[in-house]
Every structure is written in structure tokens, then in C-alpha cells.
Write a protein that binds this ligand. Sequence first.
Ligand code: SDX
Length: 379
Amino acid sequence: MTDIEIKKGLAGVTVDYTAVSKVNPETNSLLYRGYPVQELAATQPFEAVAYLLWYGELPTEDELAALVAEERANRTLDDNVRQAIDLIPLDAHPMDVIRTAVSLVGASDPAAYDNSRESDLVKSRRLFAKLPAMVAYDQRRRHGLGIVDPRDDLDYAQNFLWMTFGDVPDPVVACAFNVSMILYAEHSFNASTFTARVITSTMADLYSAVVGAIGALKGPLHGGANEAVMHIFDEIGTASNVGPWLDTALAEKRKIMGFGHRVYKRGDSRVPTMKVALDTLVEHYGARDLAALYDSLESEFVSRKGIYPNLDYPSGPSYNLMGFDTLTFTPIFVAARITGWTAHIVEQAASNALIRPLSAYNGPEERHINSYVPDTAAI
Ligand code: SDX
């Protein structure tokens, strides 16, 4: 067999350019359209970062006001989407609910197949505005609670929490949530974004690309890890049980969710910023035991395996303290990453390059039918 170098999982393979973000493991940094994500998280509302990802520049005051007005005017969950969500079993995974709801929005959009940049940006802004209501309603219905209508006097982060819990959030909570949405928004060619680009490269519509990306994000090796982190915390229980739990988990060769990364090998550039946000929530809620468990698992696992936390590790406990169901964590990731996904969809659509890699065949050598051929007419 000729020498063929297989790059499993496309690890280390650069397949295209992107101007949307730069992930740099050497400097352990992440830039959104050239801006360090830490600066954006410290100074911008999520709405402004969404604008930056789509348009390449931070918005002027008027541009931000226009995006905010459009987002606030489109926050309401459409009746057909709510009725469709109500048809889905309450014990269905929320990622399946969100995937279905987005698919219905797409199926109901007469401009779905207009792949022009302008039309795709309209769809992007629509999904950006609609996803919080879908996520919030699905959590509430699982608790037998009715829908909470959006409030247009609240910003994106405040309104997301308002629609979920029916209370105007404390500024500490709204700020931590805003930071998490900015950190989750974009991360170059991760599995779900690359899925969206592959689908877009066939000239399929934006909604199909987003539904595919939601499917990819659901997996615990990717976006589903933030949910899995909380399941691990529930398994361990207390900080004193971390050692024995890790002994067993590592003996069973389990992946410890929230740790490791395909690109970052000395720690995820976003973790310090999200950890500061988590610390403000620990202080606000007096969650000392959770903090002790978090610190103990991190220090124990890093010292044993030299594998560092990724963004999902501080995000999971943060969303838990905010009051979100564990099953809602990854749908929140969808609501943030819709901005990055759609920025990449627009970029890919402009490139007109079908994504179709090669494969190396290792099945049976060529052979021919020489045995009895059944007479299908006689079967
Ligand atoms: C996200 O790509 C992105 O940008 C993704 C993301 C984004 O913003 O879009 O950052 C979001 O998906 C973050 C990752 C969330 N996933 C998890 O937390 C799941 C747990 N992590 C692992 O499954 C793993 O670290 C991956 C999948 C994230 C990355 O794995 P790699 O780069 O393919 O590395 P690998 O699986 O080949 O691991 C190398 C070694 C292996 O040991 P050996 O088989 O060589 O002995 O390290 C071990 C792995 O078993 N290892 C782990 C581990 N991560 C790596 N062992 C236990 N627990 C882990 N978490």
C-alpha cells in the first residue's frame, strides 16, 4: 500500500483560512476579528460581540442600537414553534428540542434558500434573537411552568435569565452570564463550526447548517461536556471524595469531562476569564462546597495527568449556580455559538469551495461475482 499519512480527526490539519477568529495555543490566546476575547468579555455586551463576529468591526453607537432594537423586537417565541415544542416529550433531551425548533424556523422561512450574504445575516440575527426564548421555554415546561414573555427593557443577558426564571437577575449573575456567552461565541474550526461549514459548502441553506452544527455540539467530547461536568460533580459529591473517585475513573480509562482540548495543550485561553466569573457567583451564592470540589478536582487531575481544564469546566458550575438545569447547559452554548457558526456560514458561502476530503481504502481487494446469482423474480 503506498505511503498514505492518515490524519485521524483532522488533528493538526489546516484546511482553510478564516478571518473570524484566531486560536493561538503558542500564546494561549483567542482573538475575535483581532480583539482579545478577554478584552471583549470585560467591556462589551454580548450583542456587540455578535455584531463584531458578523460584520468584522465593533458596532458604532447607532449600529449597536439598531441591532439591539431588532433583537428586542424578535425575542418572542412564535406560536408555531411553541406548539411544536409542546409536542416533544418532556423527557426529550433539550438539544433535540432546540434542533427541532430551529429546523421549524427554517422550514417556515420563505427566504430560507436565499443564500445571499444579506439574507443569511437576517437569518443569523433572527436565530440570535429567538434561541433564548426556545431554551428558556423548554426548561420551564419541564418544570410545569408557563412561558415568560420577554421584556424589551432588559438587555440580552438579563432578558435570557428573566425568560428562564421569571425574575430580573442580580447584576452579578447577568454579568457572569454575559461573559459566558462572549467566551462561548466562537472558536475557529471546532467540530460543530466545521460541520456547519461542510454543510454550507454544498450550497445548502443556513438553517440546515445550523441544525447540523447543533447535532455536532451535542456530543460530550464537544459542547455536551459542560453538562457532563455537572454530572461528574454530582457523582463525586464532595471535595474529600475527589481522590477515590479519580482513582476509579482513571482505572476505568474514563474521559474526565471539562478537561483537555484538541488545540490548547497548556490550558484553554478562556478559562481564567470564566473562572473569575464563577468566583463572583460562588461569592454571591456562598457556594463554598462547590468551589472546594472544583478546586480539588482540578488540582488533583492536573497533577496526575497534566491535562488542563477547558471552558466547559468553569461554565458548568456557573450555570448550575445561576439555576439552570444541567440539561440546559449545552442549549445555552447553542445560543452563544449561533453567532460564531453563522459568521462562518457567511464566510464559507462566499468561498464557493465544496469540502470533500479523500479517504484511503482498506476494504477487500477488487473481486467479481462468480457464485449463484439469485433469481429475484423467484423469491
Ligand atoms: C469543546 O475544538 C474546540 O475549539 C472545542 C471547544 C469550542 O469552543 O468549540 O473548545 C469546546 O469542545 C471543549 C472540549 C470539551 N470536551 C471535553 O471536556 C471532553 C473531555 N476531553 C477529551 O475527550 C479530550 O480532551 C478532547 C476530545 C477534548 C481532545 O482530545 P484530543 O486532542 O483528541 O486528545 P486525545 O483524546 O487524543 O487525548 C490524548 C491523551 C489520550 O490518552 P492516551 O490514549 O494517549 O493514553 O490524553 C487523554 C486521552 O485519553 N485525555 C484524557 C482527557 N483528554 C485527553 N483523559 C482523560 N480525560 C480527559 N478529559
